[in-house]
Design a binder for this molecule. Structure first.
Ligand code: NDP
Ligand code: 2IT
Length: 449
């Protein structure tokens, strides 16, 4: 069978078996297209149906999350944990609280996580969980009660050697702490079952910074293949949450100027660049005041706020989508290319649509998929697990050194498996093949499970 026929047959069957899950289909198609050549040449992978098994979650837990809001009303949300693949380690991956959360989104994220975790070289399987709970505008006590109810069901399915959740959209230090507190109470154990914990109770230094910093380390490695760097570059960032904030901080430290940040209502563009002082304000605005990005343009009137728009029409050398899936489409890719963008580094998971990726690759600009360039977050979660197991903590410098080493190794793996005959590095192919090989190898060894 040739690779194209394999992909067509595989995707037809996947879509039939998993109707109404467009994000999951999109994530699977990308990986299957990358590894098809490799699979059709391996009788073992074909016969033992490794890819067919990888796309079927080992287990999906879906549950009711009832809680009481400050007005005394009963609210019911949906809770999920997708335990995708444990071939190379316990399930590992974040928890997302966002109104849009559904099974398709969590399956795509758990699927991506499986290959991302494999790329980190650390022993972690793939998982993802979440709820359609919307933390915006909720009081601390409402968030706490919701987290406690969520864990009252989930605690029986997770554990330090079973499944280790962490943060994602809508889940940061506050939510992880509330979930950890309830988990500890119900399990009567103090173990490293969550990562992204507070420093006073087993969290790793540098975990908050890790995803954004790691993305910039990866971007530096990409630019270095063309004798270039972040220095003197204009960077457009989307999002203003955990990943976006630390991507902006590191990009600035590396000598770039950050021009934009955004949230789901719009974006700000600062013609003078977001200086370190202005970025401090964004950290406070988002993490302490829990405000909206438009307030930046009120505080700094030389900046503009554009409602209901994304930042990709602004001129930049480097684009870092750090908000959510499918937030950069083909028309926006055309605008970035027209404005001279040379490098796209994904901080979010699957932020670039397939047609936009194709445009970047056809133009031969540097483009990295999130599963490679945002892997620093989960890699540092893996380092938090190691520290918890050893019952000691490393210094920030030590964690940062390890993070740099891991990002550099992931980059090298992408170069090894993704370099095309003309020398262009196809990071999508490189990341997918390299991530897949280790998982497939472990699955072949473990029999039909
Ligand atoms: P946060 O909740 O801290 O921030 C999310 C940001 O993205 C906010 O600015 C939010 O705006 C914006 N956003 C969320 N949903 C949408 C949407 N539907 N449309 C437009 N903007 C949106 O999350 P993180 O920074 O942790 O996560 C951002 C991305 O990075 C996600 O794709 C996540 O999966 C990925 N990621 C996160 C890692 C981590 O360690 N946290 C690790 C690897 C990847 P608003 O406030 O309006 O919702
Ligand atoms: O998408 C991701 O890699 C994350 N949200 C981080 C997962 C983790 O376990 O740290």
């Amino acid at each position: 069978m040739n690779a194209k026929t394999y992909v067509d047959n595989f995707m037809n069957e996947l879509v039939t078996k998993n109707p109404g899950e467009p994000e999951f289909h999109q994530a699977v198609r990308e990986v299957v297209e990358s590894v098809a050549d490799y699979i059709v040449e391996s009788p073992q992978l074909m016969k033992l149906k490794v890819m067919e098994r990888i796309v079927e979650p080992e287990r999906v837990i879906m549950f009711r999350v009832p809680w009481v809001n400050d007005a005394g009303e009963v609210v019911i949300n949906k809770g999920y944990r997708v335990q995708m693949n444990s071939a190379i380690g316990p399930y590992k991956g974040g928890v997302r609280f966002h109104a849009s959360v559904n099974l398709s989104i969590l399956k795509f994220l758990a699927f991506e996580q499986t290959f991302k975790n494999s790329l980190t070289t650390l022993p972690m399987g793939g998982g993802k969980g979440g709820s359609n709970f919307d933390p915006k505008g909720k009081s601390d006590m409402e968030v706490m009660r919701f987290c406690q109810s969520f864990i009252t069901e989930l605690y029986r399915h997770i554990g330090p050697d079973t499944d280790v959740p962490a943060g994602d959209i809508g889940v940061g230090g506050r939510e992880v702490a509330y979930m950890f507190g309830q988990y500890k109470r119900l399990s009567n154990e103090f173990t490293g079952t969550f990562t992204g914990k507070g420093i006073s109770f087993g969290g790793s230094l540098m975990r908050p910074e890790a995803t954004g910093y790691g993305a910039c380390y990866f971007g530096e490695a990409m630019l270095a293949t063309r004798g270039d760097s972040y220095k003197g570059k204009k960077v457009c960032i989307s999002g203003s949450g955990n990943v976006a904030q630390f991507a902006a901080k590191k990009a600035t430290e590396l000598g770039a100027t950050v021009m934009t940040m955004s949230d789901s209502n719009g974006y700000i563009y600062d013609p003078d660049g977001i200086s370190p002082e202005k970025l401090d304000y964004i950290f406070k605005l988002k993490n302490v005041l829990r405000g909206r990005i438009k307030e930046y343009a009120v505080k700094y009137p030389t900046a503009k706020y554009v409602a209901n728009a994304r930042p990709w029409g602004e001129k930049c050398d480097i684009a870092m989508p750090c908000a959510t899936q499918n937030e950069l489409n083909g028309a926006e890719a055309d605008m970035l290319l027209k404005n001279g963008c040379k490098c796209v580094v994904e901080g979010a998971n699957m932020p670039t649509t397939p047609d936009a990726i194709a445009k970047f690759q056809a133009a031969k600009i540097l483009y990295s998929p999130g599963k490679a360039s945002n892997a620093g977050g989960v890699a540092t979660s893996g380092l938090e697990m190691s520290q918890n197991s050893m019952r000691l903590g490393w210094s920030a410098e030590e964690v940062d050194q390890r993070l740099r080493g891991i990002m550099s190794n992931i980059h090298a793996a992408c170069v090894k498996y993704g370099t095309e005959p003309d020398g262009y590095i196809n990071y999508v192919k490189g990341a997918n093949i390299s991530g897949f090989m280790k998982v497939a190898d472990a699955m072949l060894a473990q029999g039909i499970v």
